[in-house]
Design a protein around this ligand. Structure first.
Ligand code: ADP
Ligand code: MG
Length: 455
């Protein structure tokens, strides 16, 4: 039997791909399931939320609730006052949900928005895309295992789901299991627990039944594999078992196998027997195309110049870029407009841009100044008093005090423990020069630009 909460999470994962991100985050995600007897009782965090849900999302809610809790399940949404009243009159049923554990898990496994069609191909990801497609078209043949690696938010999970969605559609009989590394580990540990408690081999047998009786196994974020040798041992045997039967294995990670410190060598070498393919950060054009696609999928109206603005602001993490897109859309709807202007987008991103500012460290400034003048980090922070070093040092001190909010004493520490009067002297000297010396102005401007580009 499953807990109500777990079942509700399944409803959430289904509904997430059916409504816009904004609706999901504002109205659906905050819902809390509080009881389930003859009907499912959900509590909303405000009256407005209840109204919005009933007005705009009752169709999706009904469909997803029925698919998880069973056909004909009725639900009721309570606003905070109604919830209080309900709780006073009813003792929520803790052992709710007489639903089979294996209820449509397969259906929920893949996000229907993460398809090959919705994946924009550019220079940065073309090989990964081609490899994923080849595996989807011919699982268990040439590219086995397929190991995809790349930074956060670059589309690894999207590609894994795309393979899953493709196979479900074109090869529905295949048994496919997608898990995060964490889930694999938890399942394994849980199987041992059952084993011990019951004094039988049931737990391990169930685990093996789940993972070895497959046509395709996908493990997302393998870098989280624990050092526990028993988990790696189990994974190693699962891998071998499937591999020997020509079953497809697909793995993702944020780094190549050789850089996953916790990984045992024998697993590392197993991974090398197939294709190891990296996925890179997309270039500007690809970022723009991804944002356009996303806006189209989410039915957002966003002007091209705003899309380009976002693509310029975020250049590594696509998930972050998408977050800004829905933020700007939401901002426009709050203003009662169809689409936001560049100025409004800027306003919507203020917080985000401030966070970027926080990412700026004194070390980045010092290093940028060193690179600019062609000197070493330990020279600028050291004792040397020659002109070639003193001037950059003063400039770095000025820039740190101008761009970052840190105490003068801390700046002094960064420069070999100089006291704060020396720091004040350097800062004021450059401030003075800036007022009248053109060369200093140019240098400071150049440096600020370079520092800005690094954050
Ligand atoms: P990762 O698993 O690499 O951290 P995800 O697969 O979760 O990244 O991708 C983050 C978001 O970016 C998802 O919403 C995904 O759909 C989107 N995304 C990433 N790459 C692309 C792409 N090439 N085309 C369209 N969307 C993409
Ligand atoms: Mg991922």
């Amino acid at each position: 039997m499953q807990e109500l909460k777990q079942l509700w999470e399944k409803v959430l994962s289904k509904i997430e791909s059916m409504v816009s991100i904004v609706s999901y985050e504002l109205w659906i995600e905050p819902l809390i399931p509080i009881d389930f007897r003859d009907k499912l009782i959900l509590s909303a965090n405000s009256q407005t939320a209840k109204k919005q849900l009933l007005k705009n999302h009752s169709k999706e809610l009904t469909e997803c609730i029925e698919s998880v809790f069973g056909n004909g399940t009725i639900y009721e949404i309570l606003d905070p006052a109604e919830k209080e009243e309900y709780l006073q009159n009813n003792q929520p049923n803790e052992n709710q949900a007489l639903v089979d554990d294996n209820f449509s898990e397969e259906k929920c496994m893949f996000n229907t928005k993460y398809t090959f069609d919705n994946f924009i191909v550019g220079k940065s990801n073309q090989f990964c895309y081609a490899a994923a497609r080849a595996v989807a078209e011919n699982p268990g043949q040439k590219l086995n295992p397929l190991f995809i690696y790349g930074g956060v938010g670059l589309g690894k999970t999207h590609l894994l789901h795309a393979i899953g969605n493709y196979l479900k559609q074109n090869n529905p009989k295949l048994k496919i299991q997608y898990v995060t590394c964490e889930k694999f580990t938890n399942d394994y540990i849980e199987s041992l627990g059952t084993n011990k408690e019951k004094g039988t081999v049931k737990g391990t047998a169930e685990f093996r039944e789940k993972y070895r009786n497959l046509d395709v196994l996908m493990v997302d974020d393998i870098q989280f594999i624990s050092k526990r040798t028993s988990t790696q041992e189990e994974f190693f045997h699962t891998f071998n078992d499937l591999y020997q039967q020509n079953k497809q294995i697909i793995i993702s990670s944020d780094r190549p196998p050789k850089e996953i410190e916790t990984l045992e060598d024998r697993l590392r070498s197993r991974f090398s027997s197939g294709l190891i393919q990296d996925i890179q950060a997309p270039d500007f054009e690809t970022r723009v195309a991804i944002l356009r696609k996303k806006a189209q999928l989410e039915r957002y109206f966003i002007d091209d110049d705003v899309i380009e603005f976002i693509a310029e602001k975020v250049d590594t993490n696509i998930r972050e870029m998408e977050g800004l897109l829905s933020k700007v859309y939401f901002f426009a709807t709050l203003l009662g407009k169809k689409s936001a202007s560049i100025e409004e987008a800027r306003e919507a991103f203020k917080e985000q841009l401030d966070v970027q500012k926080e990412k700026l460290t004194p070390q980045t400034i010092i290093q940028t100044v060193c690179d600019y003048y062609g000197i070493e980090y330990n020279e600028i922070t050291g004792k040397k008093k020659s002109k070639e070093i003193v001037e950059p040092r003063m400039i770095a001190i000025y820039l740190i005090s101008d761009m970052i909010d840190i105490p003068l004493i801390s700046i002094g520490r960064l420069f070999g423990g100089r006291d704060h009067t020396t720091i004040i002297h350097s800062r004021d000297k450059i401030s003075e020069l800036l007022k009248r010396d053109h060369k200093t102005k140019t240098i400071i401007n150049d440096l600020k630009k370079q520092i800005g580009e690094k954050c």
